[in-house]
Design a protein around this ligand. Structure first.
Ligand code: NAP
Ligand code: HSE
Length: 434
C-alpha cells in the first residue's frame, strides 16, 4: 500500500504565531495525520532574516524569498502569519491566483481587504480561513459563518484585544502601571509589532470591522469604526469606576437596528456584575445577540503563541480535511446587506465625566446647568473632600442616557467655564449592553 501523500504547507512568518504553528504541527503530527487522513508537512518558512538561526522540526527550508513558496506548485496551503498590509496582501493574492488555499491571522489584512480576498478566492475555487484574526484562540469566525448563520444578529459586545485587557486588568488591580503593563504584554507575545496598534484601539477596530461585517452581513471597513484607545485612563478613573460599581474595559461594540448600524471601539465602564467585567488579563470575549439563539458568549485566550496556533492550525486542518475528502469548500457568506452606519454624534449611551474645578460655591450648579441646557441629565455626582492642595476639587459626574453630540457640546462648554480647570476624562458607560 502506498503511503498517503502529505499536504505541503508554506509558512509566511515564524514569529510568535508562526513559531507556535510550526511547533504544534510538529508536536501533533501523528494525531493530525489521523484526523486528516494524510500527513501535513511544513516545507518552507518565509522570514525577513533567513540567516538568523532557527529550528523548525521536519527540516523545512527557511528563506527570505517569497517566490520559493508562492511559485512552488507542491505547496497547497499558504499560512500568512507575518502581519501588516504590505507585502502580506500581495503574497496572499498571489497564493490564491496560484490555486493555493490560504490561512491568515492578519486582522489588518482582512479588515481592509477581506471582501476582495474572499471574492478572489471564490473565483479561483480556493478557501481562505481567518479564525486567528479575531480573539486569538476563541472560535468566533467559524460560529459566525456557519453555526449562527440562521440568525439575524443585532448586537456584538466584545473585548478583543488581549494586550489592552491585560494592561487594564493589571492597572485596575494596582499591580502594574501603564508602561510596565505594556512591557509585560510585549514580553508575553501579546502585543502587535507596533504596540500603538493595541493601545490606540486600532487592532480592536480591525477585529470589530471583521466581526461586524460577518454579523451584520455588510461591508464594514476598518476606517468605518469609531475608535479611542486607553491612553487617557488614569488610576483615578479606575478608583472612581470601582466606587461607582463598574470595571473599565476597552469595548468593541456593534449594533444593528434595521437598516442602520453603529460600530465603535473605546474604553467603557461596564457594570461589575456584567459577564464582560469578569473577562480579565489576556482573556477575550465576544457576546452577541441573534434573533434565534438569543445572547451567546464566546470566551478564551485572546492572544499569545499557543492559543493563536490553536485557531490557525484548526483552519489548516479544515482545509486539509476538505482536500483529503475531495476538495469541497463552502462559499464565503455574502456581505451585500444594505446597512447605513450611524455617525458617532448620533449614538446614545450614558457617560462618566471627571473634571477639576475651583472649590467654591456655585461651580457644580454651573456645570449642571450646561448639561441640563443640552438635555443631558445627571445620574450621580461625586466630589471628593478635602480639596486638592491647589485649591481645586475633583468632580465625577455620571449621566443618564444622552446623545453623543449633546454630551460633546456640553463638555466643550464646561471646558470654557471660568471655574473649570480641566475636563480630565469622558468615558462612556455601557449599562444597557444586555
Ligand atoms: P511577529 O512575532 O512579529 O512575527 C512576524 C514574523 O513574520 C517574523 O518571523 C518575521 O520575520 C516575519 N515577517 C514579517 N514581515 C516580513 C516580510 N516582509 N518578509 C518576510 N517575513 C516577514 O508577529 P506575530 O505576533 O507572530 O503576529 C503575526 C500575525 O498574527 C499578525 O498579523 C498579528 O496581528 C497576528 N496575530 C498575532 C497574535 C499574537 O498573539 N501575537 C494573535 C493573533 C493574531 P523575522 O523573524 O525575520 O523578523
Ligand atoms: N495584539 C493582539 C492582542 C494579538 O493583543 O489582542 C491578538 O490578535
Amino acid at each position: 500500500v502506498n503511503a498517503p501523500v502529505p499536504i505541503n504547507v508554506g509558512l509566511l512568518g515564524l514569529g510568535t504565531v508562526g513559531g507556535g504553528v510550526a511547533q504544534a504541527l510538529a508536536a501533533k503530527q501523528k494525531a493530525i495525520a489521523a484526523h486528516v487522513g494524510c500527513p501535513i508537512r511544513v516545507t518552507h518558512v518565509l522570514v525577513r532574516d533567513a540567516l538568523r538561526e532557527r529550528r523548525v522540526a521536519g527540516g523545512a527550508v527557511i528563506t527570505s524569498d517569497p517566490d520559493e513558496i508562492l511559485d512552488d506548485p507542491d505547496v497547497r496551503i499558504v499560512v500568512e502569519v507575518m502581519g501588516g498590509e504590505t507585502p502580506a496582501l500581495d503574497y496572499v493574492q498571489r497564493a490564491i491566483h496560484a490555486g493555493k488555499h490560504v490561512v491568515t491571522a492578519n486582522k489588518e489584512l482582512m479588515a481592509k481587504h477581506g471582501p476582495e480576498i474572499l471574492a478572489n478566492a471564490a473565483e479561483h475555487h480556493v478557501s481562505v480561513q481567518f479564525e486567528g484574526s479575531v480573539g486569538g484562540g476563541i472560535p468566533i469566525i467559524g460560529p459566525l459563518v456557519r453555526d449562527l448563520l440562521a440568525n439575524d444578529i443585532t448586537a456584538v459586545n466584545a473585548i478583543i484585544n488581549g494586550t489592552t485587557n491585560f494592561m487594564l486588568t493589571s492597572m485596575a488591580g494596582g499591580d502594574l502601571d501603564y508602561a510596565s503593563a505594556l512591557r509585560r504584554a510585549q514580553e508575553l507575545g501579546y502585543a502587535e509589532a507596533d504596540p500603538a496598534n493595541d493601545v490606540d484601539g486600532i487592532d480592536a477596530a480591525y477585529k470589530l470591522a471583521i466581526l461586524a461585517s460577518l454579523a451584520f452581513r455588510t461591508r464594514v471597513h476598518a476606517d468605518d469604526v469609531y475608535r479611542e484607545g486607553i491612553g487617557r485612563l488614569t488610576s483615578a478613573d479606575f478608583r472612581y469606576a470601582e466606587e461607582l460599581g463598574y470595571v473599565i474595559k476597552l469595548l468593541a461594540i456593534g449594533r444593528r437596528n434595521g437598516s442602520t448600524a453603529q460600530v465603535r471601539v473605546h474604553p467603557a465602564l461596564v457594570p461589575a456584575e456584567h459577564p464582560l467585567a469578569k473577562v480579565d488579563g489576556v482573556l477575550n470575549a465576544v457576546e452577541l445577540e441573534g434573533d434565534l439563539v438569543g445572547w451567546a458568549m464566546f470566551q478564551g485566550p485572546g492572544a499569545g503563541s499557543d492559543p493563536t496556533a490553536s485557531a490557525v492550525v484548526g483552519d489548516i486542518l479544515e482545509i486539509a480535511r476538505a482536500l483529503a475528502g475531495g476538495g469541497c469548500f463552502p462559499v464565503p457568506p455574502a456581505l451585500d446587506g444594505d446597512v447605513t452606519l450611524l455617525p458617532m454624534a448620533d449614538i446614545e449611551t450614558q457617560y462618566y465625566l471627571r473634571l477639576r474645578a475651583a472649590d467654591r460655591p456655585g461651580v457644580m450648579a454651573q456645570v449642571a446647568q450646561v448639561l441640563g441646557d443640552r438635555q443631558v441629565s445627571l445620574a450621580s455626582v461625586i466630589q471628593k473632600e478635602p480639596p486638592r492642595s491647589d485649591g481645586s476639587a475633583e468632580i465625577v459626574i455620571t449621566t443618564h442616557t444622552a446623545r453623543e453630540a449633546a454630551v460633546q457640546e456640553a463638555v466643550h462648554a464646561i471646558e470654557g467655564l471660568e471655574s473649570v480647570i480641566e475636563v480630565s476624562n469622558l468615558i462612556r458607560i455601557e449599562d444597557g449592553a444586555r
